[in-house]
Design a protein around this ligand. Sequence first.
Ligand SMILES: Cc1ncc(COP(=O)(O)O)c(C=O)c1O
Length: 412
Amino acid sequence: MTKSFSALKLAEDQIADLDLQLLKRKLRVTQSPCDTKALVENRELKAFCSNDYLGLASHPEIASALAEGARKYGAGSGASHLISGHSIAHELLEKRLASFQSSHIPNAQALFFSTGYLANLTAITGLTRLAPKSNASLYSAKLNHASLIDGIRLASAQTNATVTLFDHKQLESLVEALKQDAKPLKLIVIDGVFSMDGDVAPFKELLAIAEQYDALLLVDDAHGFGVLGERGHGLLEQENIYSNRIIYIGTLGKAAGVSGAFICAQNAFIEWLIQKGRPYIYSTATPPAIAHALLKSLDIIESDEGKKRRTQLKSLIDIWQKEMNFSSWEKFSSNTPIQPVILGSNANALLAAKLLDEAGYWIPAIRPPTVPVGSSRLRITLSANHSEEDLRGLITTLQSIEELAMKNVCDE
Ligand SMILES: Cc1ncc(COP(=O)(O)O)c(C=O)c1O
């Protein structure tokens, strides 16, 4: 009895502490499909915060495919892939996903997961186990996504792999470390598009480094898949890459509008992950209906409609970059739908988010540990379903909110 109460007190104290530091997060309940207008706690808000970059999350043809998939395959998969959960819908989806990357990775094979978090955990821990007992080195960009960081921490704990962090804008330290590294497995891990800053990784330079120092290059293209490249195939298409050193991760709950993720790599790596990727082996397969819906989403991504959606997104990005001018807030020059506005302190970010909410906009404050301390921000995301008028409305509102907020400026 006493023990459980002390745990309860720990939880209550820690939560109170988060609240004091303005770091407590709050769930908000939506009552409408994910789109650029959201019904949130009985109020309609203009949303500029989801990762539904192509506006496919509420696409009627994908919703119908999901319903059709449920009628065809039922609600659940019933088991992990290696037991009995691997359906023809998963198989077709994996083939299709591999075909998206086959001009960029020789003998490309894909493996489907329920989430990107799980795909990253599986890829990093699984590949590191190719060289257990301190024989692997992991190199990770400092601003990588939490799921990559957690994959690296787990892989290092399991195998004693060394971990080196590097700044993706200054690759000299990475090169210096690789020069000294004689381990048989070297894995460089990078976000394709950085999820909080919106910049694209210097991929060609990284690949040249990986080739020179015999490393594998794992790229998490969660925010590039569907968005980048003429046909929406992602970063490798945009950069016109062909290499057998690439482990490509794409997620399917963002631009693809549904849910899930995949790893795509040369077939021997995927075969190894099927054998030894513990998060893959020990979790129930995603419902096949999701895979069926994703096939429709991939059709749309590659089609003229997908292209039109990417063109619309690009024109919104250009409008933001040209017309959004702040007098004291900082905006980044980002060529992707992720457009951060840096406000510094938690208090300033919370105040801006509150003023936006009062003006009818949904853009939550992003605070540490999601972003480094002192760089709390608004993370504005654009979707092909936004109109130019929607965006210009936001720009005008933000300009007046900046003025108002500056009168109440708080420094932490
Ligand atoms: C860069 C990046 N990688 C991986 C993930 C995890 O993907 P998922 O949401 O499918 O778990 C996310 C976001 O959630 C992300 O931003």
